[in-house]
Design a protein around this ligand. Structure first.
Ligand SMILES: O=P(O)(O)OC[C@H]1O[C@@H](O)[C@H](O)[C@@H](O)[C@@H]1O
Length: 553
């Protein structure tokens, strides 16, 4: 595939940016066009599955011509062809020779899905049979039929995993807390920092604790170390009476390592190598979600995700919501030099959403090499960050409003709260902030307005808001339930796909995380051997030496 900047639409977009978009004033665009909101908004409808979700793209640097040119870019970059290849099970992860098939995990619509000519949905290790196993197991644990070694119900769940084997389960169980079993406590231990495991164990009773060892590879140093620590704690606390088989299950693709660890393969929930870590919450890795919110809600979560897959797969580019989101990402990154993408949910339950999206976006598109092995001559993945609002408004929004950088932002709100306390006052205040922030970022505040308010002349520059800062507002038509959450996550998954497809990079590998892992392994040995960091550069060696001295190792 050709690098993005060699496509004719890329040059046309550059010219268009110089002619029109550079001087584009959002508030004027609204003043001169009564239909702008309608023209640049799209509603995601998935009958019977989820509430409507309104995506308002109108407060972005878009004219009809921009949209046409962006769609042309998507066509020339082969976005539809690449999308169809993904859904066909082709090995589009070309550096690892793997299919990218997380969409099969939520294929509740009965699509024919095959990798290497094999149906991935049926058969003993197929998606449907793992789902059946998850259903059966989660129902047994929730009902108390599956008990611990002393006959007590398991109500304390410790998920041990990192990266995609942690962030999805944490984010989703937090987002769906409203649906969670009231008698269940969840812990997510990811960090190799012993504090993480120690604090979780401090709060756990071995008789009622179920450990989920979540690791696609089952070789990740943090997870295997944490899992071994948990196993030793369990055996020690139970004086050898504890039955590992009742208290430890594995969520993994690696049966050999799972059995080596001491978990019976009957208590393993598998998935396949075509599921990338950051796309794995839909797989067995989501077992903590099913345990906590119940299998029916987990199934609804998959259904909402599938509905967005269907939309992405079947909708023409110009109406295709994740395609539009991805095109805007490229538009701002490459034509306005925006370095970041802010995602701020106006929703406390979504307080880990941005953390989850960080891995999804930055591990997928933090690449500089295009499909032919050459270095991209354009900017790729943006730095994604975010926090829930209204909190974020009181911390870093100063820079978003008045800083020197352009920060395209997404705001997310549910029309209805799960907790309409104080006569729904909180929800109305939350919503008013959601509207006000996008409006303020767009309209700004002029010197004349400040003068009319009696602002002293010397303060005017400080109190001025230039405005013209773009936002996408996402409004869920009801509460955010499992299906709506599934659809929202998949919006971002496919948005990320579209960006990567245009940038001509492989969004599905993550070689960039390897080097540090390898060096850490080597240095770990050195910490137990004599020496003071010799053989490293002076800074690294000096630090190792100082550490050994301070820690008396
Ligand atoms: O699930 P595993 O194999 O333990 O991997 C955990 C994480 O490990 C990281 O190194 C990868 O970059 C992530 O993509 C992955 O999710």
């Amino acid at each position: 595939m050709a690098p993005a900047n060699t496509l004719p639409a890329w040059s046309e977009l550059q010219a268009h940016r110089d002619d029109v978009a550079k001087n584009f004033v959002l508030k004027e665009a609204f003043a001169s066009d009564a239909d702008r909101f309608g023209r640049f908004s799209r509603t995601f409808k998935a009958a019977g599955v989820s509430a409507d979700i309104l995506f308002d793209f109108s407060k972005n640097f878009l004219t009809n011509e921009t949209l046409d040119l962006l769609v042309k870019l998507a066509e020339q970059a082969g976005v539809e062809r690449k999308r169809d290849a993904m859904f066909r099970g082709d090995k589009i992860n070309f550096t690892e020779n793997r299919a990218v098939y997380h969409t099969a995990l939520r294929n509740v619509g009965g699509w024919d899905m095959k990798v290497d000519g094999q149906d991935v949905m049926s058969g003993p290790n197929g998606v449907n049979s793992v789902l059946e196993h998850m259903k059966e197991f989660s129902e047994k644990v929730r009902s108390g039929e599956w008990t611990g070694f002393s006959g007590k119900k398991l109500t304390n769940i410790v998920n041990v995993g990192i990266g995609g084997s942690d962030l999805g389960p944490v984010m989703v169980t937090e987002a769906l807390k409203h649906y969670g079993a009231p008698d269940m406590t969840l812990h997510f231990v990811s960090n190799i920092d012993g504090t993480h495991m120690a604090e979780a164990l401090k709060a756990s009773d071995p008789e009622t604790t179920l450990f989920l060892i979540a690791s696609k590879t089952f070789t990740t140093a943090e997870t295997t170390t944490n899992a071994n620590t948990a196993k030793s704690w369990f055996l020690e606390k139970t004086g050898g009476k504890g039955d590992v088989a009742k208290h430890f299950v594995a969520l993994s693709t690696n049966e050999a390592e799972v059995t080596k660890f001491g978990i019976d393969s009957a208590n393993m929930f598998g998935f396949e190598s075509w599921v990338g870590g950051r796309y794995s919450v839909w797989s067995a890795i989501g077992l903590s979600v099913a345990l906590y919110v119940g299998y029916d809600n987990f199934y609804k979560f998959l259904s909402g995700a599938h509905a967005m897959d269907k939309h992405f797969r079947e909708t023409p580019l110009k109406e295709n919501i994740p395609v539009l989101g991805g095109l805007l990402g490229v538009w701002y990154s490459d034509f306005f030099q925006a370095q970041t993408h802010l995602v701020a949910p106006f929703d406390q339950y979504l307080h880990r959403f941005a953390a989850y999206l960080q891995q999804l976006s930055m591990e997928s598109n933090g690449k500089a090499i295009t499909s032919d092995g050459s270095t991209a001559k354009y900017t790729t993945g943006a730095i994604l960050f975010g926090e829930p609002c209204t909190n974020a408004q009181h911390s870093f929004f100063q820079l978003v409003h008045q800083g020197t950088k352009l920060i395209p932002a997404d705001f997310i709100l549910a029309a209805k709260s799960h907790n309409p306390i104080h006569d729904n006052l909180h929800q109305k205040m939350l919503a008013s902030n959601y509207f006000a922030q996008a409006e303020a970022l767009m309209v700004g505040k002029t010197d004349d307005q400040l003068r009319a308010e009696g602002t002293p002349e010397d303060l005017i520059p400080h109190k001025r808001f230039l405005g013209n800062r773009p936002t996408t507002s996402i409004l869920v038509g009801d509460v955010i339930g499992p299906a709506e959450l599934g659809a929202l996550i998949v919006y971002y998954e496919h948005l990320t796909f579209v960006e990567g497809a245009i940038w001509d990079i492989n969004s599905f590998d993550q070689w960039g995380v390897e080097l540090g892992k390898v060096l850490a392994k080597k240095i770990l040995k050195e910490l137990d051997e004599p020496g003071n960091g010799e053989g490293h550069d002076a800074s690294t060696g000096g630090l190792i030496g100082a550490f050994k001295q301070f820690a008396k190792i």
